[in-house]
Design a protein around this ligand. Structure first.
Ligand SMILES: C[S@@+](CC[C@H](N)C(=O)[O-])C[C@H]1O[C@@H](n2cnc3c(N)ncnc32)[C@H](O)[C@@H]1O
Length: 211
């Protein structure tokens, strides 16, 4: 069950069971994340991201906030041969764990690791990207929108996780919550994107760049 019951708990458990990882390595990574209390997107969201990446035949993906590589593993599988996932992560220990998983998966040739601030790392890449996923500190979510505007191709997809922010969007006013709300508002107003907000796990905005 989630910390904040965004959906009926029994339905949530049903989705967890039905949409669980079938790939053994992804399942192992998911179990590691859950055991450590490491915030990963989980299989419900992983499947949706996998679906979206494949639907637009994404080959170039930028991920802001990669952790130990769980979400990037979904993307690396989705991009197929010749595809590339640019990963960014602040903590070296997470990147080392990610590298070990990608080595085991035989997918090292599909990922690039960047250690350091994600927004700084993104400056090294001109793009255009087919898909950008943002999962960094919430205060930096509005800045990630500038990255997406500069580097996402028309027809590409921008994804943000934690857009329901464990329910805090309803009644909190701290900086992280304000940043989540501001980013949501900006996305909804921005005519270069068509955006929706899905209530899987902690909520994701899905934005298609149309201009
Ligand atoms: C929610 S976790 C990412 C989980 C990952 N996307 C997944 O679902 O498997 C957020 C990660 O982003 C990293 N992070 C947060 N802010 C960052 C920043 N500004 N630059 C680089 N890494 C950042 C944290 O160290 C953490 O590992």
């Amino acid at each position: 069950m989630t910390e904040f019951e965004i959906i009926n708990p029994q339905i949530y458990d049903y989705l967890e069971k039905t949409l669980a990882e079938t790939d053994p390595l992804l399942r192992e990574m998911g179990e590691y994340g859950r055991a450590q209390g490491f915030p990963i997107i989980g299989a419900q969201v992983g499947r949706m991201f996998d679906f979206l990446a494949r639907a637009i035949q994404a080959k170039q993906i930028l991920e802001l906030g990669s952790g130990f590589g769980y979400s990037a593993m979904w993307f690396a599988r989705a991009v197929g041969h010749g595809g590339r996932v640019v990963m960014t992560e602040g903590k070296l220990s997470n990147v080392e764990r990610a590298r070990a998983y990608f080595t085991r998966a035989g997918l090292l040739d599909r990922v690039e690791f960047n250690v350091g601030d994600a927004l700084e790392s993104a400056k090294r890449y001109a793009g255009p990207f087919d898909l950008i996923f943002c999962d960094i500190e919430k205060q930096d979510y509005p800045k990630a929108l500038d990255v997406a505007r500069a580097k996402l191709r028309i027809g590409g997809i921008l994804l943000y996780d934690n857009m329901l922010w464990h329910g805090r969007i309803l009644n909190q006013t701290d900086a992280a919550t304000r940043a989540v709300l501001e980013t949501t508002h900006q996305l909804m107003q921005d005519e270069t994107f068509v955006t929706t907000l899905l209530p899987l796990n902690d909520g994701q905005t899905v934005s298609l760049r149309v201009k």
